[in-house]
Design a protein. Sequence first.
Length: 157
Amino acid sequence: MQTDEIRFIFAYDRWATRRVLSVLDGLDPTVWTRTDVVGERGLGAILVHQLGASERWRHGLQDTGESPEPELEPLPTIEELRERWDVEWAAVDAWLPTVTDAFVGYVHEGVPVWQMLVHVVNHGTQHRAEAATLLTAEGRSPGELDLIDYAEERAAG
């Protein structure tokens, strides 16, 4: 996998996450804060975990020594979560241009970095799907979240 492909899947990940975040306005607070809906998490906790995992993987791949765990903090408001995603996306925007094909191809403990990067996006897909299911049950479907929908939208310009 090449760096331009990594950038594409990260752009898709952001597009799909924004679609989920875009349908949260006016959500009943009890739906946001509910727990034990999917495993031990509810909607808010699922989306916070998705953010935390993205942050941890980026920090790990950048070798910053940081390991953010927003899951251990009090549940943020929807707006606070959006703001945290904006901060994370800005950090990704600063980092991705520095990622080289050599880095993407590097093998760490038997696993190529490109597979780790794909995992980050795939992990987000799992949690967006969980969130989308819960939101659809509330009459707030984020719509299609498939990568092909992003690719077609992008191609149409």
